[in-house]
Design a protein around this ligand. Structure first.
Ligand SMILES: *Cc1c(COP(=O)(O)O)cnc(C)c1O
Length: 382
């Protein structure tokens, strides 16, 4: 039998053992071992998960609606409540596209869509830094794939030129805001490339951008004005939208095809109708949340400026790396910042490339200018 204990011991010895942190949430603060800290590792980018007023309003609505807390079945069997289709219509209309389809999570979306659409006659070209869920989807599809250098569209174009005509189709896969560096894909340039070659689909994951960017909070595709040209626009409700689940915005044809072929959609119980109602409740309010987006943009700029030369210059968003290179220094920094009341976490290889260990700041709109100034003081008095 495999000796799992020895394998765990090895992880511990190399400082890579993962455990589930015991933390208590207090709005934008986190308490751990009695220490109260400002949460600088949250995906609650707009502060909606800690907004009790919104939750109370929703819960009152929910009580009257009697929407169940379980679908008890896949949507393809008996689990298809009206609230799913209503929300999909709202999503398609907001993005001004033909169709949208809901999934149980961003992870389900990314491991399900690519295997449904791609086979050995499809070439997948993915940015080197795409999220683990996309990598898993690529591997599950069994399709040939090449990872192009991060945001390097010359490299991508070389690959397109070399492979066009050899395959039935090529799918270009990218995130919009990247999880670890907080930098941003040039979606317009990707659209231009897509139009220069035949038989190309563009797949964009907006997990970190939905709610946070664009004049109506619809993401980087909205900000860059290219929603209409992205074949598969994916986003999740688990981050800025303070809920659970995910969507793809696409053509009616692709939606119908996914309904027929996408295994995580077909073979898993749909999200609770009550959960869908909560996602919908927040989504239809997104356009009103410009003050939150502005605050997030302002404090992010301040922290990026402070960390210029140490990773801050790489970021173009509310996700800001502070690169310290050595694993040990990163861990020491994280411990020091936590002692000073700032909850931030070290990120080490293999999650990021060797020599780029970092603290990954992930800011939220409820953080004040004052709190960011205090953080900067601590960072500068190293
Ligand atoms: C978080 C994340 C996902 C997964 O979304 P969930 O809804 O949490 O499963 C997918 N892609 C990216 C880029 C992410 O950051």
């Amino acid at each position: 039998m495999k000796d799992y204990q020895t394998l765990l011991n090895r992880l511990e010895a190399s400082g890579n053992l993962r455990t589930l942190p015991e933390v208590v949430h207090r709005g934008k603060f986190i308490e751990k071992d009695g220490n109260r800290m400002l949460n600088l590792s949250s995906n609650d980018y707009l502060g909606l998960a800690a907004n009790w007023q919104l939750q109370d309003t929703f819960l009152e609505e929910l009580k009257k609606s009697h929407l169940p807390l379980s679908a008890t079945s896949s949507r393809l069997l008996t689990g298809n409540y009206a609230v799913y289709s209503e929300f999909e219509k709202i999503l398609a209309d907001a993005f001004r596209r033909e169709a949208a389809l809901l999934f149980n999570s961003g992870y389900h979306a990314n491991i399900g869509i690519l295997p449904a659409l791609a086979d050995k006659n499809t070439l997948l070209l993915a940015d080197k830094l795409v999220h683990a869920s996309l990598i898993d989807g690529i591997l599950l599809s069994g399709a040939p794939f090449i990872r192009y250098r991060h945001n390097d569209y010359d490299h991508l174009e070389t690959l397109l030129a070399r492979n066009t005509g050899t395959y039935e189709q090529i799918i270009i896969i990218t995130e919009s805001i990247f999880s670890m560096d907080g930098d941003i894909a040039d979606l317009r340039q990707l659209v231009t490339l897509k139009k220069q070659y035949p038989d190309i689909l563009l797949y964009v994951d907006e997990a970190h951008a939905i709610g946070v960017r664009g004049p109506n909070g619809l993401g980087i595709a909205e900000e860059q004005g290219c929603i209409a040209d992205i074949d598969l626009l994916v986003g999740t409700f688990g981050k800025a939208l303070a809920s659970m689940g995910a969507y793809v915005v696409c053509s009616r044809l692709l939606r119908n095809y996914l309904i027929n072929t996408m295994r995580p959609l077909i073979f898993s119980t749909a999200l609770p109708p009550a959960q869908i109602a909560w996602s919908k409740f927040l989504f239809i309010r997104l356009h009103q949340l410009q003050p939150q987006r502005n605050q997030l943009a302002r404090i992010s700029q301040t922290l990026r400026d402070c960390l210029a030369g140490k990773g801050g210059e790489i970021s173009e968003s509310h996700i800001i790396p502070f690169i310290t290179e050595e694993n040990d220094t990163t861990i020491q920094q994280a411990i020091r910042l936590q002692r000073k009341g700032f909850y931030c976490l070290p990120v080490r290889p293999p999650t990021v490339p060797k020599g780029t260990s970092r603290i990954r700041f992930s800011l939220t709109a409820t953080i004040t200018d004052e709190e960011i100034r205090e953080l900067i003081t601590v960072l500068q008095n190293n």
